[in-house]
Design a protein around this ligand. Structure first.
Ligand code: SF4
Length: 381
């Protein structure tokens, strides 16, 4: 089992907080789509004979591309290895990230000619003043209309992204955001804390005192209210930032957290196959030149058992499936298991972890300190 991620590196404009690799100019879109098809040919062997069961177009803004062009890339990508001789049968989830202002009646009718069966909409907020502050290109009304156009077309496997902890926002405004999100009747909501990434306009604005800094207290308060409201509304918190109605978790992202191999295509995309990690260089000009010459554009590291263990602890603890002691013993051996189990008691005493049948989970309080909890269990040096 494996996944394919395809990175489309174009946006209408850059959001103030964003450090994903994407360009505000779309003039290289056509050569990029051609290069992407070449990359598929070059990376054929990375997943071995694994069967691809999820495919995800992210970015950047994939909805800036015509759906027919994405379908063509998808069909090529799914023929990437022998495990996928019947791609439509084995691939269960085809996700497309959308920005609300791209979702028009015409765009949705074009989607019906494709295999996409899940949509992740970058809404971020239902407050127009938050959206302006974030430098998003759409309004709250466009976001609500995007969901309703997809519903009208019979698409119900929809996720939306929200951002909390925006300095300008207030707890009532965040609550209102969540209530609007819940009123849309969608099965999946992802909510992320606003992060100040280096070399972004947001970092510059905070540095120059043109914006209030991000407040840990506000983020914590909004995260707590998020968890309570999602839970009382029947959503499972299956990963710290991801909530779904039972049975509607994202297969593609869940596979990342479960250590399932994936292949990333496009500049800056990452790949993992169980023993190595690759990352394509985040530079479109070099990417295009590399593909034109039939040359790979990635860097690669072979993962040590310690790195694989650390990664398992970090990702599994964030999920509702938890971190399995028996799996650590089986996959990494008694010495690693000893390190793991000796780190557990203080974290349980602290109230950050609990155990059930040999599997360890973050408590609600522990979810506020997930990175710190994981790092206490890491093997370093
Ligand atoms: S649309 Fe998404 S990828 Fe593009 S700049 Fe905004 S946050 Fe970044």
């Amino acid at each position: 089992m494996a996944g394919i991620y395809i990175h489309i590196p174009f946006c209408r404009q850059k959001c103030h907080y964003c450090n994903f690799f994407s360009l505000a100019s779309q003039k290289l879109k056509a050569p990029f789509l051609t290069a992407l098809k070449r990359e598929i040919g070059l990376t054929r062997d990375y997943l071995g004979n694994e069967t691809v069961n999820t495919l995800y177009f992210g970015g950047g803004t994939p909805s800036l591309c015509p759906p027919a062009a994405l379908q063509e890339v998808m069909e090529m990508a799914l023929k990437i290895n022998p495990g996928n001789s019947a791609p439509l049968i084995v691939t269960r989830e085809f996700t497309l990230e959308l920005n609300p202002d791209d979702v028009t009646e015409d765009f949705v009718s074009q989607l019906r000619e494709t295999w996409f069966n899940r949509f992740s909409i970058g809404i971020q907020s239902f407050s127009d003043s938050d959206l302006a502050w974030l430098n998003r290109t759409h309004s709250a009304a466009q976001a609500i209309r995007a969901v309703s156009l997809l519903h009208d077309a019979g698409y119900h496997n929809i996720s939306i992204d929200l951002i909390y902890g925006i300095p300008d926002s207030t707890p009532p405004r965040w609550q209102e955001n969540l209530e609007i999100a819940l009123s849309l009747g969608i099965p999946h909501i992802s909510a992320y804390a606003l992060t100040v990434e280096a070399r972004t306009p947001l970092a510059w604005m905070i540095d120059r005192k043109k914006s209030a800094p991000v407040s840990d207290e506000l983020q914590e308060e909004q995260f707590r209210s998020l968890v309570v409201l999602m839970r009382t509304s029947g959503y499972q918190q299956y990963e710290i930032s991801n909530f779904c109605k039972p049975g509607h978790h994202a297969l593609h992202n869940t596979n990342y957290w479960k250590g399932v191999p994936y292949l990333g295509l496009g500049p800056s995309a990452h790949s993992y196959n169980g023993s190595s990690r690759r990352w394509n260089i985040p530079n479109l000009t070099k990417y295009l030149a590399g593909m034109a010459n039939g040359e790979a554009v990635f860097e690669e590291e072979i993962l040590t058992p310690e790195q694989r263990y650390n990664e398992y602890v970090m990702t599994s603890l964030r999920t509702m499936w938890g971190c399995d002691g028996a799996r650590i013993l089986h996959d990494f051996g008694p010495a690693v298991y000893e390190t793991f189990s000796s780190g557990i008691p203080p974290l349980i005493r602290q109230g950050w972890l609990f155990e059930s049948s040999g599997v360890f989970f973050l408590t609600d309080e522990g979810k506020l300190f997930a990175d710190r909890v994981a790092s206490e269990l890491f093997i370093t040096g």
